[in-house]
Design a binder for this molecule. Structure first.
Ligand code: ZN
Length: 138
């Protein structure tokens, strides 16, 4: 069995953003040489998500507004998380959007449904963050 590991890094200039990271993950898969197996992609942070959904900007705006209704950033004083810190909402948004994506690898390709793409969801940006890509198989 082969095993491949890589860290991607992102520094989003805004507090929140969704980034299509499918091309980077496809590059990792090509580099790994793995034809049949499983790819795991997860942020190495607790205020960001990796998830699979549609690459459609209206939907991403809907997500942002929905998450902001669920866990508004302001006023930060409404949260008890590490009093003085301002990212409690980011932890909650990440919890809702999930930690990781797992994708089957078939014939050297990510075995997606028609509209599936992989996204990095940032909820507390403006600093460097890492995403782990682990691919196992043969
Ligand atoms: Zn925090």
């Amino acid at each position: 069995m082969k095993s491949y590991r890589k860290e991607l890094s992102f520094n989003v200039p805004t507090r929140r953003a969704f980034i299509n990271i499918t091309p980077q993950v496809e590059e990792c898969l090509a580099e790994s040489g793995i034809e049949e197996g499983i790819a795991l992609i997860n942020p190495m942070h607790i205020t960001a998500s990796v998830f699979i959904n549609d690459d459609e900007s209206g939907l991403h705006q809907d997500y942002d507004e929905w998450l902001e209704r669920l866990a508004p950033h302001e006023p930060v004083s409404q949260y008890r998380h590490n009093v003085g810190e301002d990212n409690a909402d980011a932890h909650m948004k990440r919890q809702v959007m999930g930690r990781e994506a797992v994708v089957a690898v078939t014939g050297g390709k990510l075995d997606f449904g028609t509209w599936e793409r992989i996204f990095y969801g940032e909820f507390d940006g403006r600093r460097r963050k890492r995403v782990l890509v682990k691919i196992i198989g043969e």
